[in-house]
Design a protein around this ligand. Structure first.
Ligand code: ZN
Length: 118
């Protein structure tokens, strides 16, 4: 996660809880952002659980909630996999491209798009 103010890479400090919630470089309070991120990760994990249980509709809904909270390459890549499993390739390709826009090295999206263009 990067600080939205100064773009410094945020790392959870081992110091006090309060220090761990602030950017080390510019000191901005990042706790609302961290809460948002944690909620997004929670939804993404729910999506993975639903996916493992074979419930793709719930998996897509939960993963979309994660994406609505936090734009993360892994979330978009997982959305691509879910769409592809349902045969919805236009949506899958759009999701993988969104993943690559955030992180051009996102492995799942990179591999999937490579297969599709070969
Ligand atoms: Zn900062």
């Amino acid at each position: 996660m990067k600080c939205p103010v100064c773009r410094a890479l945020y790392r959870p400090a081992s110091a006090t809880a309060e220090a761990a919630q602030s950017c080390r470089r510019c000191g901005v309070n990042l706790s609302p952002l961290i809460q948002l991120h944690d909620r997004a990760v929670w939804h993404h994990r729910q999506a993975i659980q639903a996916f493992r249980a074979g419930d793709y509709a719930t998996a897509i809904a939960s993963n979309n909630q994660a994406i609505a909270l936090w734009s993360n390459a892994d979330f978009h890549a997982f959305a691509g996999q879910l769409w592809a499993l349902q045969g919805e390739f236009p949506q899958a390709i759009a999701a993988w491209k969104a993943a690559q826009q955030i992180d051009s090295q996102q492995a799942i999206a990179h591999t999937a798009l490579q297969y599709l263009t070969e």
